[in-house]
Design a protein around this ligand. Structure first.
Ligand SMILES: *Cc1c(COP(=O)(O)O)cnc(C)c1O
Length: 360
């Protein structure tokens, strides 16, 4: 909610409801549920959880979590403690794991108060968790990404041995590629799992699920593929697009040869053009890099972007789309694998850069 000055009661103004927005994100709930069920099925004997960090990768916790929960997800992953409360409004807090672990006593106290599990990443964190009261937690063991997690040698550390481990997990560095390290990480994780008492074991992100049953263990942790990302070809045709972005045409104008468009006149017309100014800009996540060779769609017409993307506007060529008028809705290409290839951004970046005006 936007911050505003709190007025004394007598001065409080009744705010009129705002008119409908001119740029919108639509989340296809049926596609989201389909993707979770598909990934759960592809996970074989394991159950799929759901990575819901970063506001469900930009698509909105309040929109997505009820759908994922209804579809059957029972394990939810966020990165920060600040993300837990919003998720816990929809699901049992002890189904939430916090990947960044507990860095200090304040975080440990908050974990207990709200009832979510930390993912312990160092022996020091294990000690902190035990000294502040213990209780169920998860443990991340780093099998080769060298990012977060205890090292394989730490598995025998008494501080780790003292924990009540719900899920022992690790994370693949290159599951979206054919890489020898996938097999090496899997084998190392299997060895460490055999040495560690935990209720469940978990290795795979979305891409890892496609590597086969040897990788699945008990719980998988898909994120990007839930939201329409296709990290590996095996998932092509099985994962449905979830996010749709549209923006309205605010003005139409005619350009004559020699006139240029937008900041710094980066596009100059060679002849006559009919152009539309659209309510979409880089603050909405449509970064300037997407303007170069980019386009919007109207029905099946491609509308080329002209000039530089502004903060709140872009200009598209509608010379060949006479039905585009002021008030027409244009579609932003958001099939993630295609849009990634076209823009040079990753499928993850395309989703998580969706701007604040589109979030609900
Ligand atoms: C983000 C994350 C996931 C989900 O990864 P995707 O590639 O989006 O499926 C799984 N596990 C961990 C530890 C993560 O940080």
């Amino acid at each position: 909610m936007a911050r505003r000055k709190i007025l004394p009661m007598t001065m409080a103004k009744i705010e009129p409801p705002p008119p409908p927005p001119t740029v919108k994100l639509t989340v296809d709930a049926a596609a989201l549920a389909h993707n979770w069920r598909t990934l759960d099925r592809m996970s074989g004997n394991a159950v799929a959880g759901a990575a819901v960090k970063a506001d469900c990768y930009g698509l909105g916790v309040d929109t997505c979590i009820p759908v994922l929960s209804e579809a059957g997800a029972r394990n939810f992953y966020v990165a920060h403690w600040s993300e837990v409360a919003a998720v816990a409004r929809h699901v049992d807090p002890n189904s939430i794991s916090v990947l960044h672990g507990v860095l200090n006593e304040q975080e440990a106290a908050y974990a207990r108060a709200i009832g979510a599990r930390p993912v312990i990443n160092t022996p020091e964190q294990a000690q902190l968790w035990s000294q502040t009261g213990g209780g169920p937690c998860d443990v991340m063991v780093d099998t080769g990404i060298n990012r977060l997690g205890i090292s394989p040698d730490d598995i025998s550390d008494p501080a780790i041995g003292a924990l009540d481990i719900a899920t022992l997990m690790s994370h693949l560095s290159s599951a979206d590629e054919e890489a020898d390290c996938n097999r090496q990480q899997r084998d190392l994780f299997a060895r460490l799992a055999a040495q560690t008492k935990a209720q469940h074991y978990s290795l795979c992100n979305s891409a890892g699920i496609a590597l086969g049953s040897a990788y699945h263990f008990d719980i998988t942790r898909p994120g990007i593929a839930l939201y329409g990302g296709v990290p590996r070809q095996e998932m092509d045709g099985q994962i449905r697009q979830v996010a749709y972005i549209q923006a309205i045409v605010m003005q139409i104008r005619q350009l004559e040869a020699g006139e240029s468009v937008g900041y710094n006149g980066r596009f100059t017309a060679m002849g006559d053009h009919r152009v539309a100014t659209v309510s979409l800009g880089y603050t909405d996540g449509f970064l300037r890099s997407r303007g170069t060779d980019g386009y919007l769609m109207h029905n099946d017409k491609m509308l080329k972007i002209l000039g530089t993307v502004s903060m709140d506007m872009i200009i598209v060529d509608v010379s060949d789309a006479p039905d585009v008028q002021t008030g027409s809705w244009l579609d932003v290409p958001f099939n993630l694998p295609d849009a990634a290839q076209h823009s040079g951004l990753s499928q993850y970046e395309l989703l998580t850069s969706i701007g604040p005006r589109l979030r609900r």
